[in-house]
Design a protein around this ligand. Structure first.
Ligand code: COS
Length: 381
């Protein structure tokens, strides 16, 4: 059973199903088990199928799809394999600040290549001491003539190990103590002074790699600054508002998969002489999963609808992200309980992988605690 607002969403679902049968299902387990390294060929396949750059503007080579359609894409990809959804979502996150706040020249230069998957962009905000406290940026860009000279370190950067460009958040021209004025700069990573490393032994979402970035006397032209000096934090927050609906959709997709797997399994698994679906203990778990999932999906699509209408959606995005990812946690946990040993051991079902992939959705793009701060802030301000 699928929730749809209109038939255009169904077209997206059909397109993902077709892609999943051909390209995701044959390889997703292998991508999960290999030591972490960015899957460039697989990424290019997603690009060739038009699944990267889906929501980027048409005039800059993107798909030009609405947020509702984009969220449908992410939900559906997450149903088949959440890391694949992440491979498609990260370029949207990283490119949004360029087409939302960049100059015409910056948009033309970078967005079309990001939209096709030709180059890999990253969103470089987080630092060791600037995670939830994202404004506390210590990376610094000093101005020397017509160049920035940048020094610092970024951590937990999705695709930071493989990116060709990054939207880098940092302070400009000021060092030392005190709350920095954050700015955003587009950097090209093949210039000297950039090093990207793949973080190893990640619990889940392994195919979409996470990196650490070192910048040592790295140079970028001052013309690569995005928007105005000191507005970077605001740009980052606005970008994350949209991205959080995407994470909510990842939760919805994974929760749906956990439910579907549990329904199928409980109908065929025999215990005490009958399918376990006959047991009230199992029925109650299925009922709770299905009900919470329905609420999560409604909240997620409501936030995307508001975004499409150009209305304020920061509160609804935070609520959808908080609720849907916690629902996903509940659903993968219940699915594990229903599958028991056959859930815990990865060779028998995909519950073990779902359980690992789901967990980070409550952490990245703002932890559940940060979402609560944002939500409360909207009421208490
Ligand atoms: N859109 C536009 N502007 C926003 C905004 C938003 N969604 N949220 C905040 N701002 C602006 C505020 O209006 C304020 O502007 P003024 O100084 O002009 O008044 C400024 O940004 C600072 O806002 P605030 O005081 O709320 O910021 P805090 O430092 O207290 O941070 C939280 C608030 C914790 C919510 C924020 O730092 C955050 O979201 N952290 C998590 C970051 C994150 O998601 N990281 C994940 C890594 S990226 S994958």
């Amino acid at each position: 059973m699928r929730y749809n607002v209109d038939e255009r969403q169904q077209a997206v679902r059909d397109r993902v199903k077709e892609f999943a049968e051909k390209e995701i299902i044959p390889v997703f387990q292998e991508l999960d088990r290999k030591p972490e390294a960015f899957p460039k060929d697989y990424y290019r396949k997603l690009g060739a199928a038009g699944l990267i750059g889906f929501a980027m503007p048409k005039e800059y080579g993107g798909g030009g799809y609405s947020n509702i359609e984009y969220i449908t894409l992410i939900e559906e990809l997450s149903y088949y394999d959440a890391p694949t959804a992440l491979l498609a979502a990260v370029p949207e996150l990283a490119t949004f600040p360029i087409y939302a706040f960049g100059t015409e020249e910056q948009k033309k230069k970078y967005v079309p290549k990001c939209a096709t998957g030709e180059i890999i962009p990253a969103f470089a905000l987080t630092e060791r001491e600037a995670g939830s406290d994202a404004a506390n940026q210590q990376t610094v860009a000093m101005i020397e003539g017509d160049e920035f000279v940048i020094n610092g370190e970024k951590i937990f950067i999705m695709h930071g190990d493989a990116c060709n460009i990054a939207v880098l958040f940092c302070r400009i021209g000021e060092v030392g103590e005190g709350r920095p004025k954050v700015s955003a700069i587009i950097i090209e990573t093949d210039n000297p002074g950039f090093k990207g490393f793949t973080l190893q032994h990640k619990m889940g979402m392994r195919a979409a790699t996470t990196g650490r970035i070192e910048l040592k006397d790295f140079r970028a032209p001052v013309t690569n600054q995005l928007g105005e000096t000191g507005k970077g934090f605001r740009y980052a927050m606005q970008t994350l508002d949209g991205a959080r609906i995407g994470v909510a959709a990842q939760g919805v997709g994974m929760a749906q998969r956990a439910l579907d797997e549990s329904v199928a399994y409980s109908k065929k698994r025999i215990a005490f002489g009958a399918p376990i679906a006959k047991l009230q203990a199992i029925q109650w778990m299925i009922a709770d999963m299905a009900t919470r999932l329905e609420a999560a999906r409604l909240m997620t699509y409501k936030a995307a609808q508001l975004q499409d209408k150009g209305e304020k959606f920061s509160l609804e995005a935070a609520q959808a992200k908080l609720f849907s990812t916690e629902v996903a946690n509940f659903c993968v946990d219940r699915a594990m309980q229903i599958h028991s040993g056959y859930g815990y051991i990865g060779e028998f079902s995909m519950i073990e992988k779902l359980y690992r992939d789901q967990r980070v959705t409550e952490i990245y793009e703002g932890t559940s605690e940060v979402q609560r701060l944002v939500i409360a802030g909207n009421y208490l301000r």
